[in-house]
Design a protein around this ligand. Structure first.
Ligand code: HEC
Length: 97
C-alpha cells in the first residue's frame, strides 16, 4: 500500500519515519498527501511548521468552517509529538510535487 511505497522511495535518504497516525490521513488527503478530489487540501510538501500549526488549531477548535469539523475530530486525539511527526512526514513529500 501507499505507505510502503513511500518508505521504499525514501530508503537511504534522511526522510522522517512514516508515523502510524499517517495511515488515516491518506484516506482523505490521498497517497503522498495529494488528494484526488479538490475538497481535500494538498498537504504533501507543505511547510512543516504550517502543517503543525494547522493541526494544533483544529485540535483546539480554532479553525471553523464547513469542512473544519472533520479535521477537528481527526486532530483531537493527537498529542504534540504526533503532530510534529505528521507535519515532518507530510512536509518531506516535497520531492514528489
Ligand atoms: C475524513 C477525511 C479527512 C481525514 C481522515 C483527514 N483529513 Fe485533513 N482535512 C480534511 C478536510 C476536509 C480538510 C479541510 C478542512 C477545512 O476546510 O478547514 C482538511 C484539512 C487539513 C489540513 C489543513 C490544510 C491547509 O492547507 O490548511 C491539514 C494540515 C490536514 N488536514 C492534515 C491531516 C492529517 C495530518 C490527517 C491525519 C492525522 C488528516 N488531515 C486526516 C479531511 C480529512
Amino acid at each position: 500500500m501507499a505507505i510502503i511505497i513511500l518508505g521504499d522511495r525514501h530508503a537511504g535518504a534522511q526522510a522522517p519515519a512514516v508515523p502510524d497516525a499517517a495511515a488515516v490521513c491518506l484516506s482523505c488527503h490521498g497517497p503522498f498527501g495529494r488528494p484526488e478530489t479538490p475538497e481535500y487540501p494538498i498537504i504533501g510538501g507543505q511547510n512543516a511548521a504550517y502543517l503543525a500549526s494547522a493541526l494544533r488549531a483544529y485540535r483546539a477548535g480554532q479553525r471553523t468552517g464547513e469542512a473544519a469539523g472533520v479535521m477537528t475530530g481527526v486532530a483531537e486525539p493527537l498529542d504534540d509529538r504526533t503532530i510534529e511527526d505528521l507535519a515532518a512526514f507530510f512536509s518531506s513529500l516535497r520531492s514528489l510535487r
